[in-house]
Design a protein around this ligand. Structure first.
Ligand code: AMP
Length: 477
């Protein structure tokens, strides 16, 4: 998480852009190569930059850069990462960047040796901890909240490395799925609420840890289990040891991982298939808001499983009425005046033959600001020739920003925080608009009480420090 001055105020504020993917492996002759593949599978969790830190048992080596995993890691670069253990990190693309200094893993030396950290999530008290540490003389290299954890570890008193990490993590709150690499061990920790996913797998008699199981599939590893909320798992030459490091708290798995963020082929939060949940969300949406239509189309890729579920349940033909260009680079230059609505056209294009004069149901995972839906509806009518466009969203209205690691804008920018569905329907110029109900969403996930649904009901499970709350009120109400 980056700390910056918010444009609405001169108060320092946590920029909310920290969706990330992490991967770690212990005692494998191809540690760096497999970490590279793991990060490649987790690329959807972050595209700004990536890094790998490896260990040969004595020394830690690090390579990181801005860009996509496959562009950063050449064979030559991977050869500069010797050793049998490694951790890797994909960082989410932020509007303002953040630069190389924030690309993880972050590597530091302290009194017990070297340690690298790879973090997925957001700490809600990072700003306060950072201020306190700076007052005490700490010098920060990055503007990332994860560095706070390294400083706290360095300052902790115990000679026991696990107790040090535990002591540090007891001082922070928020969402953290963490990997640490030491000279001869890999340590994984998940916050007491288990906000972000983190799973353990097995390959060639050793262990791997990853944000999502799609990383295991690519390297041929077998899923074993999730790291439990509050659990620390130490993997070294003595095997795998589980430590109950952090006090139990109410589980708060991020429900948005199921809706949008995780890959559909992954199994997260106690081995639940993301694709299956998304399809069920689509089915439930159809039960709640079916409409007479000729065709159901998804907004690819995130709307695909839900649209299939919707079409199956509603007994309406399904097809790919919008084609997505998968090769859009981050540096694409948009022409200024000449081509209107270029933003969405560069990504999506309608198949006129399927849509001409049809009544269309378009299924997407969420509406954030409303810009995408508005452009899609317009494009389906003007280019696709649609007769009617019915927008169906397989999540409830997004009314609250996420402080735990999903990239959402401020409350004012979330269209549903200040507008009713009927008003949003008019804004996006759809013939009808329906969202999935919160009850409907909860009814489709196992153990519904175990989820954070703050973005849909403003029910924030992890409290901010008092000072931050005041900031939040200033900034968001
Ligand atoms: P908007 O145009 O702001 O309403 O954005 C809605 C689109 O953004 C939908 O098509 C979603 O699939 C996508 N989306 C939702 N959440 C996120 C996120 N955290 N990061 C990037 N895209 C998102």
């Amino acid at each position: 998480m980056k700390v910056k001055a918010c444009r609405h105020s001169r108060l320092p504020f946590h920029d909310i852009h920290e969706e990330c993917g992490i991967f770690g492996i212990f005692n494998h002759p191809e540690a760096a190569n497999l970490t590279y593949l793991g990060l490649y599978a987790l690329q959807h969790r972050g595209q700004e930059g990536a890094g790998i830190c490896s260990s040969d048992g004595k020394t830690l080596f690090i390579e990181k850069a801005i860009g996509l995993v496959a562009d950063i890691f050449s064979e030559k670069r991977l050869k500069r990462l010797p050793g049998n253990c490694a951790v890797g990190h994909n960082r989410y693309s932020t509007a303002g960047g953040g630069g190389l200094k924030n690309v993880q893993p972050l590597l530091a030396n302290y009194s017990l040796g070297s340690i690298a950290i790879a973090h997925n999530g957001n700490l809600v008290n990072a700003e306060q901890m950072k201020e306190q540490l700076e007052t005490e003389g700490a010098i920060f290299q990055s503007t990332s909240d994860s560095e706070v954890v390294l400083h706290l570890i360095a300052r902790a008193k115990s000679d026991d490395p696990y107790e040090r990490i535990t002591e540090a993590l007891r001082k922070v709150s928020g969402a953290f799925s963490l990997l640490f690499l030491r000279e001869s061990e890999l340590i994984a920790v998940r916050d007491p609420h288990g906000v972000r996913p983190l799973s353990i797998g097995r390959i060639d008699g050793t262990y791997v840890v990853a944000s999502e199981t799609c990383a295991f599939d690519l390297i041929g590893a077998e899923y074993i289990r999730d790291i439990e909320p509050g659990e620390m798992v130490v993997i070294n030459h003595n095997g795998l040891r589980s430590i109950k490091a952090l006090q139990s708290a109410k589980k708060a798995f991020c429900i948005f991982e199921f809706i949008y963020f995780a890959r559909p082929d992954s199994y997260i939060f106690n081995n639940t298939c993301v694709n299956t949940i998304r399809k069920e969300l689509g089915r439930q949406l159809a039960r709640e808001s079916l409409v007479d239509a000729d065709i159901v189309i998804p907004v690819p890729d995130s709307g695909v499983p839900a649209a299939i579920g919707f079409a199956e349940e509603g007994k309406i033909p399904f097809d790919f009425g919008l084609i997505r260009n998968h090769y859009i680079g981050r540096t694409f230059i948009e022409p200024k005046q000449s081509i209107r609505h270029f933003g969405v056209k560069i990504k999506l294009n309608p198949v006129r033959d399927l849509l001409q004069d049809k009544r269309i149901v378009v299924v997407d995972d969420s509406i954030v600001r409303g810009t995408t839906s508005k452009k899609i509806v317009k494009m389906l009518r003007e280019v696709g020739g649609a007769k009617e466009v019915h927008m169906r969203i397989c999540s409830p209205p997004t009314v609250g920003p996420c402080f735990y690691g999903i990239d959402t804008p401020t409350r004012q920018e979330l269209i549903a925080s200040s507008h009713l569905a009927e008003e949003i329907k008019k804004y996006i110029t759809a013939d009808s608009l329906s969202y999935l109900s919160l009850e409907g969403l909860k009814g489709m996930v196992p153990d519904p009480g175990d989820y954070c649904t703050a973005c849909f009901d403003n029910n924030y499970p992890i409290m901010f420090p008092k000072e931050s709350l005041e900031q939040m009120e200033l900034l968001f109400t």
